[in-house]
Design a protein around this ligand. Structure first.
Ligand SMILES: O=P(O)(O)OC[C@H]1O[C@H](OP(=O)(O)OP(=O)(O)O)[C@H](O)[C@@H]1O
Ligand SMILES: O=c1cc[nH]c(=O)[nH]1
Length: 194
């Protein structure tokens, strides 16, 4: 059989489709920034901690937006969760990334963890364990650009850019200007072959 014929006969997964454009991402982040300010009646005591990798850029962008809204700067940092994961055995080995805390620390602060995608909840579970090793925040909240469902743990986000119904066979891909060097986007790929 020639290659063209056999490829045509094999069911192919649907092509990737964009579900958030750059302006959708910008709008989602702006809304989350306003929600953070409203929920805290300002930004005093708020610390934003991004989960690597793309959560770090999102936390920095949210900090800029909250600063614009409030007129006062918001501490921002990053929290690596690699060594706190409960699925290290099932994932390709990855080097730990940077944990960086702002000088304010996290004790008695309202820490907002920031990530790009919320899926099983295992990354956030690991982040809560990691955070407990550094201090005792007054409250911990969660902001995500995309909640794609399929939680395996009792974890929910306080601030969501977009709720995205997905099948578990699909993959959500977030691209960010700073991290990836391309326009912001969220796409879904995979799923049941056609
Ligand atoms: O809720 P979960 O099932 O834990 O999935 C969500 C996490 O998975 C992705 O990270 P990934 O480990 O793929 O690394 P990345 O941040 O470098 O993309 C994503 O960025 C979230 O951090
Ligand atoms: O970034 C992620 C994380 C989990 N699942 C996805 O589809 N994308």
């Amino acid at each position: 059989m020639c290659p063209e014929t056999s490829a045509a006969a094999t069911p192919q997964p649907p092509p990737a489709r964009e579900v958030m454009s750059a302006s959708d991402v910008a709008r989602g982040l702006r809304r989350i920034a306003h929600e953070i300010v409203e929920r805290n009646k300002g930004a005093q005591d708020v610390v934003l901690l991004g989960i690597p990798s793309r959560g770090v850029e999102l936390a920095q962008r949210l900090a800029t937006l909250v600063t614009e809204i409030e007129g006062a700067s918001v501490p921002v940092g990053s929290l690596d969760v690699t060594m706190y994961r409960d699925d290290l055995r099932d994932r390709p080995m990855r080097a730990p990334q940077q944990t960086h805390f702002p000088p304010s620390g996290v004790d008695d602060r309202v820490v907002v963890l920031v990530d790009d995608v919320l899926y099983s909840g295992r990354t956030v579970r690991a982040a809560l364990d990691a955070l407990a090793d550094y201090g005792r925040p007054r409250a911990v909240r969660l902001a995500v650009l995309v909640d794609r469902g399929h939680r395996e743990l009792p974890i929910r986000a306080d601030h969501v850019g977009k709720n995205l119904p997905t099948s578990q066979a699909e993959r959500v891909t977030v691209r960010l200007t700073g991290h990836d060097g391309v326009d912001d986007s969220v796409t879904i790929s995979g799923g049941d072959p056609r």
